[in-house]
Design a protein around this ligand. Structure first.
Ligand code: MSP
Length: 527
């Protein structure tokens, strides 16, 4: 059964920002880790293209909504390619097949008696595409997220009978592990305990949406349509649009990764919709935190938006991935600080890890004929470096399984630090001058090279490119963790299991000429 993992489907009102890039990078690390563990992965991302917000954006630009969506979603696709995101599926909600899936889904919900007409009154945030809890009759308040005035709505449209699912959803959100991190569960539990109200799933007078079958004049509310996109993405190209097929295509999802602002949609509305349609529920919903920049909320009006294109061009993929995954506890809010960013990249990647590999392989090349030295005492799994590596291996795999990227990064970094300390204690550059110590020097270098190899292996899901450069530097093949092409076999767990064993380097194998595996970041001007 495939491991299905999703990012949110991003709105195309604007280009990707640091927030969407953050979610996507984190999912990429998860997908790569799962592939290395031998899982067949369906890593889904895509674009959410309907609704009033998109319609207005296109109108303002003076183009048709479709032309606007085509251009912006192509931008997302290209951006993820440049970030080397390993998604398996990219779904656009304007895809005609998606429309057919939404129709099939709605037919089940309606047949289940969960669609009724109702009157919706309330304050609406177009940027959130969501009604907010504010009393009627008051002044137009601002949306707490977008800081823009809410709009008053009073319309008759179709409602989904969410209230029927009170009991089921109460039990679901209390289930350990369904909402992660656990600290976010309380907020959803309170919302559910407040009593679930039916919510409107259609709009009148909104041309830019999927028409509701059998209800002329109605189009689907953008969230109803978008959530179903997770299902549409799983259909293979020649599959009939039959929701029963999904059981063989990777539904239910193992994990929806989202930002905390859209947790309610994923942990309450979506499961109720699925129950109504008779489909199984996702196993977990992970709500990560929000990123600020130098302590400030990012926004166009503040002019402090960090453009992922620029970040990529100036800093490169490894640096950004490392900073975001290593520094921000996944699930918590985080603050992007330029100085800390370059300090961490330079200290951890260029110095601690990069220099370790570089200086050790330079010594080995110089004194042992440009090859991996004889392992001697370092062949034993009781060697202090082997013991440290085994500890790191366990800690890293446990942390990655728990989506604790920071814990994994710290464990890997600690191994590199330990190897550096070992090298300094053993001072091979002094001992090599005494001919009777050559074998001991060889064993020390072997142990440290092997530790560096394991650092690279374990870094693969987090920093696939740097890991590949390190492995090549050690004369080893990189570990494949990318998406598989259709029809191609998924990677097996064996390569990863084998690579994680102590003793993978073979004495006598050539060591290529060292090149820096990580460039230092010299950010002399603000990003
Ligand atoms: N289209 C909906 C999702 C539909 S899923 C079926 C949507 N799109 S979005 O483009 O507005 O947001 C995508 C994600 O970006 C959300 O998970 C949101 O939490 C996240 N972020 C937006 N700003 C962010 C930060 N400043 N920091 C981190 N993530 C943030 O919502």
């Amino acid at each position: 059964m495939p491991f299905t993992l999703t990012t949110p489907l991003y709105y195309v009102n604007d280009r990707a920002h640091l927030g969407s890039t953050y979610t996507t990078l984190a999912c990429d690390a998860i997908a790569r880790f799962q592939r290395l563990q031998g899982q067949e992965v369906r890593f889904i991302t895509g674009c959410d293209e309907h609704g009033l917000k998109i319609q207005r954006t296109a109108e303002a630009a003076g183009i048709t909504p479709q032309a606007h969506c085509d251009a912006v979603s192509a931008g997302f696709r290209e951006l993820w390619q440049r970030w080397q995101i390993s998604h398996d599926r990219f779904i656009r909600t304007t895809d005609p097949r998606h429309r057919a899936v939404v129709e099939a889904f709605f037919a089940r919900v309606e047949a289940n008696g969960d669609v009724v007409e109702g009157r919706q009154q309330g304050w609406y945030c177009v940027a959130c595409e969501e009604f907010k809890d504010h009393p009627a009759g008051s002044e137009a308040p601002d949306c707490p997220i977008h800081l823009r005035p809410l709009e008053w709505r009073d319309e008759v449209n179709l409602f989904f009978r969410l209230s029927r699912y009170q009991e089921a959803i109460t039990a679901l959100v209390a289930r350990p592990g369904f909402i992660a991190p656990a600290s976010r569960r309380r907020e959803v539990e309170n919302f559910v305990a407040g009593g679930l109200k039916d919510f409107s799933i259609s709009r009148r007078d909104l041309p830019w949406g999927i028409p509701v079958p059998g209800h002329p004049g109605h189009t689907f509310y953008v969230w109803f349509d978008a959530l179903v996109g997770y299902l549409s993405a799983l259909f293979d190209a020649d599959d009939p649009i039959d929701l029963e097929v999904l059981a063989q295509r990777g539904w239910p999802a193992r994990l929806h990764v989202i930002g905390k602002d859209i947790l309610r949609f994923h942990a309450v509305f979506w499961p109720a919709m699925l129950l109504s349609a008779g489909l199984p529920l996702p196993e977990a919903v992970f709500g990560h935190g929000f990123l600020t920049r130098e302590g400030q909320k990012m926004g166009k009006s503040l002019g402090n938006v960090l453009d992922p294109e620029l970040l990529l061009a100036r800093c490169g993929r490894d640096a950004v991935r490392w900073y975001l995954l290593r520094d921000i506890p996944f699930g918590d809010d985080g603050d992007f600080q330029q100085q800390r960013f370059s300090d961490l990249v330079n200290n951890d990647l260029a110095n601690t890890i990069g220099n370790l590999l570089n200086r050790t392989s330079s010594m080995a090349r110089k004194w042992f004929e440009a090859a991996v030295p004889p392992a001697g005492a370092a062949a034993a799994t009781s060697h202090p470096q082997a013991v440290a590596a085994a500890r790191t291996d366990q800690a890293t795999v446990e942390a990655l399984t728990a989506l604790d990227f920071r814990g994994a990064s710290e464990a890997i970094l600690a191994l590199a630090q330990e190897a550096n300390g070992y090298l300094n204690d053993r001072a091979p550059w002094k001992r090599i001058k005494q001919p009777d110590q050559a074998l001991e020097v060889a064993a020390d270098l072997y142990a440290v090279l092997e530790a560096a190899r394991l650092v690279a292996v374990l870094l693969t899901p987090l920093l696939p490119e740097m890991a590949a450069r390190m492995l090549r530097q050690l004369g080893q093949a990189p570990l494949p963790s990318d998406a598989t092409a259709p029809g191609q076999a998924a990677p097996t767990a064996t390569a990863w299991m084998q690579a994680r064993r102590w003793g993978g380097l073979r004495s006598g194998d050539p060591l290529p000429e060292p090149e820096p595996v990580m460039q230092r970041l010299e950010l002399d001007s603000p990003l």
